[in-house]
Design a protein around this ligand. Structure first.
Ligand code: HSE
Length: 438
């Protein structure tokens, strides 16, 4: 059969990994695809010493690849928003299929890209955009196709998990571990995307669209990073039987969909609590299958290349199929059209449990007042720990609450922080049991 001709745009960490995996495993891949997948052209800004480009046509202009009539599939690995968007839309306009690992591109411009691709009858595949080498997009889109998805919760930023893991196990400083993650090629070009939760929100946005059949709505995701998590909170959580993980969570509720990324206390015995280093894991609850878990390397050259090359295999198998019989981009027919029945809920309307840490003056009645404020908001306390005074006359108080609406918790925290006997802001970390009943 005719080979599938690929143009790779970008030869950085993932581009280099893709080039090498595709070259090294060419025979195995051809046996699976039923035809060879050949690299026709590579566009790169600078050379990657890991890649031997001997005999490969190269260019420094990515748009040359998008217009090259000898190319069937453009692999977009340049990253970022604008250049990638223009490149992908140009490739689509030229009738090319597209494979990308760019979560920012799909989360922010995916609706536009899928509409353009649908009009042209071409494939846009993006397995590498979520959780690196973990085939969660395909599992959710195809493997769980029988289910009504109830919730998705995952560790979907390898850098953040790497930092939390090493801070906890080695007591190392945040910046020190971040520098290591950057050297290993895990971190985004702008590392605030990792530590402030933006990268995880991109990925969660994509997962939620595939899970529930709604348009991509990155702008409505609540995003909170790990930069304010302290070692103190990690220790307190541990004493209470919890681990702090940075999670992306999306739940279906009667009122709409929750879409939120934030540090989260989860019971130590959950599998997600035991996912360490750069590994990612996503738990998905389907009404028929129950809870399922997808685990593996969430970043890095060859793990992400594994996902990109798997997408190329899918393209090779589907290239001759009538577009209307292909698997829809976001799992549902209608390219994520919005009928308004599942709005993304504002953060004030989400319901969860909370961990609170406050510093109080050691005086009679302070704890009683805090408990009263919580009760006034209908918030029930599940556990309370008052430590001995360690900072002058201030005592740390740790509280775990039952599930409540975020709006009520905001109000309670506002009142607690206004108390004369409470010092500084109240630390609030959300708590999820991630059990099968929720
Ligand atoms: N910076 C990302 C991460 C890379 O750390 O997970 C993979 O998307």
């Amino acid at each position: 059969m005719k080979p599938v001709r690929v143009g790779i745009c970008g030869l950085g960490t993932v581009g280099g990994g893709t080039f090498n995996v595709l070259t090294r495993n060419a025979d195995e891949i051809a046996r699976r695809a039923g035809r060879p997948i050949v690299i026709e052209q590579v566009a790169h800004r600078s050379l990657n010493p890991e890649c031997d480009l001997t005999g490969i046509k190269t260019t420094t202009d990515v748009f040359e690849v998008a217009r090259n009539p000898d190319i069937d599939v453009l692999v977009e690995l340049v990253g970022g928003y604008e250049l990638a968007r223009e490149l992908v839309l140009t490739a689509i306009a030229n009738g090319k299929h597209v494979v990308t690992a760019n979560k920012a591109l799909i989360a922010v411009h995916g609706n536009e890209i899928f509409h353009a691709a649908h009009e042209q009858g071409v494939i846009v595949a993006f397995e590498g955009a979520v959780a690196g080498g973990v085939p969660v997009v395909k599992s959710l889109r195809e493997g769980l196709g029988a289910n009504r998805i109830e919730w998705v919760a995952g560790i979907i930023n390898g850098t953040g998990n790497y930092i939390l893991t090493h801070m906890r196990s080695e007591g190392r400083a945040f910046e020190d571990v971040l520098a290591e993650a950057q050297a290993l090629g895990y971190a985004e070009a702008d590392p605030t995307f990792d530590v402030e939760g933006i990268d995880a929100a991109h990925k969660l946005t994509i997962l939620a669209s595939i899970a529930y059949g709604v348009p991509l709505q990155f702008e409505k995701a609540y995003t909170e990073g790990i930069s304010r998590v302290t070692f103190d909170d990690v220790e307190q959580a541990d004493n209470l039987g919890y681990t702090i993980k940075h999670l992306g969570i999306s739940k279906r509720t009667d009122a709409g969909l929750e879409l939120r990324v934030h540090p989260t206390l989860i019971p130590k015995e959950r599998l997600l609590a035991n996912v360490h280093g750069v590994k990612n894991a996503i738990a998905i609850m389907g009404d028929a299958v129950g809870p399922t878990l997808y685990y593996g390397a969430g970043a890095g050259a060859e793990p992400t290349a594994s996902a990109v090359v798997a997408d190329l295999l899918d393209v090779a198998r589907d290239i001759a199929t009538d577009h209307h019989y292909r698997v829809p981009y976001l799992a549902f027919i209608g390219i994520g059209d919005d009928d308004g029945s599942m709005p993304i809920l504002p953060m004030e309307d989400i319901v969860t449990a909370y961990y609170l840490r406050l510093l109080a003056v050691d005086r009679p009645g302070v704890l009683a007042r805090v408990a009263t404020i919580l009760a006034e908001q209908g918030i029930s306390i599940e556990a309370l720990v008052q430590k001995e005074a360690t900072e002058g006359e201030l005592v740390p108080i740790i509280l775990l609450t039952h599930r409540t609406r975020e709006k009520n918790m905001n109000e309670a925290i506002r009142h607690i922080e206004s108390m004369a006997d409470i010092a500084g802001p109240v630390t609030r970390i959300r708590v999820e049991s991630l059990d099968e009943q929720e």
